[in-house]
Ligand binder design. Structure first.
Ligand SMILES: [Cu+2]
Length: 174
């Protein structure tokens, strides 16, 4: 490859990178299934040899009847449970929702750090930032829905990370 063509290659790469930064809308990963709209499925990188991870997403029910998330499965984990996290007497505890997670009509349920989450157990490999993890959600009415968890950095608080620090990272690269 000549010097000239590699220069052009890196310029268009930088442009594509910049465009991604500006064009990526919050609802880039929107999946519709029947009356349900699932947005922003994401996860967090697992430090060290952690055997469990968590998955987060938002489910909106646009229908007129409740639906229920009853099961989750994915290649990455031996088992995936639906958990609820709560603070009881100052102690953070979590418990599996054995009856599933109900999404009432007209409501939006967010699975997010500190609350509901998908518990990825018996991980087959550590989750790394940038990984895309396909998982299958199973709803009572909407049936099976495939989504992809976008793995963010260890300690990330949301699906897109912190907007400000993301811009900084891009500045460093360019
Ligand atoms: Cu959990």
């Amino acid at each position: 490859m000549s010097f000239r063509s590699s220069t052009i290659g890196s310029i268009s790469g930088a442009l594509a990178c910049a465009m991604l930064t500006f064009l990526a809308p919050a609802a880039a990963d929107e999946v519709k299934a029947g009356d349900l709209v699932i947005t922003q499925p994401w996860s967090r990188a697992t430090p060290g040899g952690a055997k469990t991870g968590a998955g987060y997403l938002t489910i909106e029910n646009k229908g007129s009847a409740p639906d229920r998330l009853v099961g989750v499965s994915g290649e990455i984990a031996g088992k995936i449970e639906i958990h609820e996290m709560a603070v009881t007497n100052g102690v953070m505890t979590m418990r599996p929702l054995n009856q599933g997670l109900t999404i009432e009509p007209g409501k939006t349920v967010a699975l997010a750090p500190g609350g509901y989450h998908l518990m990825l157990m018996e991980l087959k490999s550590p989750l790394k930032q940038g990984d895309k993890l396909p998982v299958t959600l199973e709803f009572e009415k909407a049936g099976k829905v495939a989504v992809t968890l976008d793995v963010q950095a260890v300690g990330a608080k949301g699906p897109g990370g912190d907007g400000g620090s993301m811009m900084k990272q891009h500045e460093h690269k360019m």
